[in-house]
Write a protein that binds this ligand. Sequence first.
Ligand code: CDP
Length: 231
Amino acid sequence: MGSYASHHLVIAIDGPAASGKSSVARQLARQLGFIYVNSGAIYRAITWHLLQNKILPDQSERINEALNSAALTCDVRDDEARIVVNDIDPAGHLRDDRVNESVSRVSKLPRVREIVSRRLHDCAEGRDVVIEGRDIGSVVFPDTPYKFYIDASPEVRLQRRAAQGERDEITIRDRDDVSRAVSPLVKAKDAHLIDTSHVTVQQVVTEIMTRLEQLGLPISDVRITNRALGE
Ligand code: CDP
């Protein structure tokens, strides 16, 4: 095993809605043999659970109560972390219109952020992970040296989301995410910025790999070790 394996690695991929984070993070994780973790999916799973229980994003006390009694666990399946709420996997509902509409208002609540942050640390325990989100490099894993901030022009991001056929007011979500008091969307000072407006997913992944090597991460050792662990 290479010396990197003495502790587990976190690669943080942050950025606004429809910037290309998910495709990049998933492909990067696959190429490195890391586990892919989508932190937005945890905020979405919580939002879905609240809406199922007819709790609205502005009912913060009811939200706290509901969260105290919900069992939220992070399972790893097919090299991806999945969140399960009271033994139900809400994966099929995470991009419902009503979840798109409410998720930023739920995710600004400090209690919600604290719970998600704890789950992300559980997911990263004992494994190498690529985690995408809004505050992974700035707040949740500030000590990781591997931070990337993925952006694209507002026009390109709107086009990408429209092409996915979703009703998603990303301009409103961006505004809420950037302006909230607790862990707003921000580029960590030491994050490497990549504009994905005019490049392919693979080009972005290659740029990240190059940067990781410059930071001293032995990419081929990492791949070999993780492949062996996965066999
Ligand atoms: O995929 P998309 O970029 O549209 O969003 P997402 O990553 O699924 O995140 C959905 C929402 O969750 C965001 O708009 C944020 O309000 C919130 N979020 C957050 O606050 N912090 C994170 N680390 C990840 C998501």
